[in-house]
Design a protein around this ligand. Sequence first.
Ligand code: HEM
Ligand code: HEM
Length: 191
Amino acid sequence: MSLSGTATRYGSLAQALHWLTALLVLIAFLVSEGGPATRVYSADNASTLLLHESLGFAVFWLLVIRLIWRLFDRIPDAPPMPGWMDIASRATHWALYALLFAVPATAMLGAWFGGHPVTVYGLGAIGPFSGTWGTSLAEIHGTLGDIILWLAGLHAAAAIYHHVILRDRVLSQMVPGLPNPSSGLGRQARP
Ligand code: HEM
Ligand code: HEM
């Protein structure tokens, strides 16, 4: 499979970045700690927080690499579908990209301006900076963290609906080795 995409499939780099991002977002969400700042920043929670912040920071850099690569990559054409569905799908993708930026950005600004340094991968800490709006940004971060999971869940359900019910190539465009259900190969693969 080639690094770049084609008219009917994302390339291997776009696929790898997509699935790695999805995995890291899911783990960052699962290890996220809520509650009062005294608990979030307690010594007992330090290793979980380091993991959460490091994963989230990795998501941010994967987004940067992915968007730069997207400028040069061939993005597959949408298979035939009603206009509203095409618009809903594009809007969801760009909302997910916006959240992949906003979730780590609000987290880092919230921590810094809430009086906490941010330590990533156990390397040196950055911040904190003086400011008063850290707490509200941290709350916004938690809410956006929930929203990205809900939206990604809806997006995944839509992809599976395309594959199983509409039987078009939407899911196979992003999954390595998955045949397009509307192609001859897909039909042969069915029992
Ligand atoms: C895509 C990546 C991320 C996701 C999905 C995510 C998700 C979440 C969620 C859902 C919460 C709230 C937990 C709750 O209230 O039950 C939270 C809290 C938190 N996250 Fe993240 N996060 C991500 C990235 C980051 C990054 C990059 C940092 C680095 C600073 C970070 C730092 C924090 C902190 C400090 C809290 C506690 C906030 C507070 O209540 O004071 N997160 N995160
Ligand atoms: C946190 C989790 C996820 C995020 C943030 C995410 C984000 C995105 C984004 C931004 C795109 C647009 C790619 C582009 O054209 O530049 C995309 C495409 C896609 N995603 Fe996800 N995704 C996630 C999880 C999933 C899951 C779990 C599935 C399937 C079960 C999935 C299936 C797809 C498919 C099939 C496409 C291609 C859609 C098309 O060509 O119209 N994604 N995803």
